[in-house]
Design a protein around this ligand. Structure first.
Ligand SMILES: [Zn+2]
Length: 489
């Protein structure tokens, strides 16, 4: 996949991220849960090419009560899950127990900021009870594992109103609609029928009638309701993995020996062993070292390396930052570029940001590593990083100079660029002029008088692209795109 396809995919993933975040906020603030990401990266939209086959578990979990939540965000609110006839791939197979909760939400990516609304909570049990009313969507080919969608029908009016009367027997519901009323009758086609209670007001887009029973309460059962230390000893990985993951948040020290045992037992799944180290790592440098070994050693698979790097990125200690730095700079042939790029990414976006370590990676000979490092440099540069960039503009190394010019221009540090212009070697001067041409006219105009005539002329010529109607964001490249569509035989 090229980086343009990645952008499209990231946009698609963003919807899920916004939904998971809104569900987290609601569960924490309105229902008393303490939510963590049970599936790593459930709340991130970064696209990696190295696919990690994680355990089939829901996105989110409460570390107080142990309840699991699978969140789904779509443009349109629908109770829809992917389903398959393959073993372990049915809609209910993702590690959801009967009282675990599916959370559906509507995500509107067109507003700024993005809005998430109409949260619907429903237990796996309720969806099973209403299975007779659910409908299969289009089944893809057998070669794709007979993957399809399963949908539980409901009625969501696009207007606000109030429920006037419910007829359970005939499966009908009457609601107010403006100044009159409307009788909804299509529910009679469902085997099971539930509605909001008579007298309940509803918002536009909120489900009023549905074939499943909505969760009555999603409140947290509170302290003591989950015996996670016992779950650590379970033989069932679906039970043990969430407990291992939660240990980091609940205090790993009292169970350190158990976790060390899990991490060291080669009979365990690699993901369980890695996660035990990840839970120990914030308080145990030896586990950081173990994750570093997993990322770098010759016999790890790429998915193990990648998961080790992503888990190190979650740890805010100096040792973890050192480990990421080592991986990002690794010269071992077994360590792929993307693993190094992910380590750089972790140094910029992870729990322990380390811009001083990151700055040397923006000139890495690997384009993948260098661009990942540059993209996550903080917007407020620490002085030592700024000094470093200014040094690069004085030396005769065009690659370094170009990086520096981009990073400064992106941060609108125009005075620094203008000052650097005086002392820069010839080739570097042109790169600085190019970068200034990318910045706003307003920011630079006041400084133009400090420049020589040639640089001034260069910058003002570059600004002319603002006056060119075919170089605007909505028109740039449009002629090429249209010419590609002139094929007609
Ligand atoms: Zn809870």
């Amino acid at each position: 996949m090229g980086f343009k396809e990645d952008v499209d995919f990231a946009r698609f993933l963003s919807m899920g991220v916004y939904a998971a975040d809104a569900v987290t906020q609601d569960l924490e603030h309105n229902h008393g849960h303490r939510i963590i990401e049970l599936e790593r990266y459930a709340k991130a939209n970064k696209v990696w090419q190295t696919k990690i086959k994680r355990m089939r578990l829901p996105d989110l979990m409460c570390v107080t009560c142990g309840r699991r939540f699978e969140s789904k965000g779509k443009t349109k609110l629908e109770i829809k899950l992917s389903d398959s006839s393959l073993p372990g791939r049915a809609w209910c197979d993702g590690g959801m127990r009967l009282d675990d909760i599916f959370a559906f939400a509507r995500v509107n990516m067109k507003t700024s900021p993005v809005t998430v609304s109409n949260l619907v909570y429903v237990t796996r049990q309720s969806l099973e009870d209403a299975l007779g009313s659910s409908k299969e969507g289009n089944r893809k080919s057998v070669s794709e594992g007979s993957e399809m969608d399963r949908k539980w029908p409901m009625w969501t009016p696009d207007y606000a109103g109030e429920v006037v009367a419910v007829d359970d027997g005939l499966k009908k519901v009457r609601v107010t609609k403006g100044t009159s009323t409307y009788l909804y009758g299509s529910g009679s086609r469902w085997a099971t029928f539930h509605t909001l209670k008579a007298g309940t007001a509803f918002e536009a887009g909120q489900p009023v009638a549905f074939c499943f029973r909505m969760a009555d309460s999603v409140a947290c059962a509170g302290d003591g309701s989950w015996s996670w230390k016992e779950d650590l000893l379970s033989a069932d990985e679906d039970i043990r993995f969430p407990a291992v993951k939660a240990a980091r948040f609940l205090g790993a020290e009292p169970v350190e020996d158990v976790l060390i045992g899990i991490a060291g037992d080669e009979a365990n799944d690699w993901r369980l062993r890695l996660e035990a180290h990840a839970s120990l790592a914030p308080t145990r440098p030896a586990s950081v070292a173990a994750l570093l070994v997993l990322a770098e050693c010759a016999d790890s698979t790429d998915e193990v390396r990648m998961e080790a790097v992503l888990s190190l990125s979650e740890i805010g200690t100096e040792e973890a930052a050192e480990a990421l730095h080592s991986i990002a700079n690794s010269t071992a042939p077994a360590v792929p570029e993307e693993v190094r790029a992910a380590a750089a990414w972790g140094l910029g976006t992870g729990a322990g940001e380390a811009p001083a370590k990151l700055i040397h990676l923006v000139n890495d000979p690997s384009v993948l590593v260098a661009t990942h490092a540059a993209a996550v440099m903080p917007s407020d540069l620490p002085q030592e990083c700024l000094d470093e960039l200014l040094d690069w503009l004085r030396a005769d190394d065009l690659r370094r100079a170009a990086t520096a010019a981009h990073l400064l221009a992106e941060r609108a540090l125009v005075a620094e660029l203008v000052n650097a212009l005086q002392a820069a070697p010839e080739g570097v001067r042109r790169l600085i002029v190019l970068a200034l041409g990318d910045t706003s006219r307003e920011a630079v105009t006041g400084l133009l008088s400090r420049l020589d005539a040639q640089s001034r002329a260069g910058i003002t010529t570059l600004w002319a692209k603002n006056d060119d109607w075919l170089r605007q964001p909505d028109t740039d490249g449009i002629l090429d795109a249209l010419k590609l569509q002139t094929l007609r035989r």
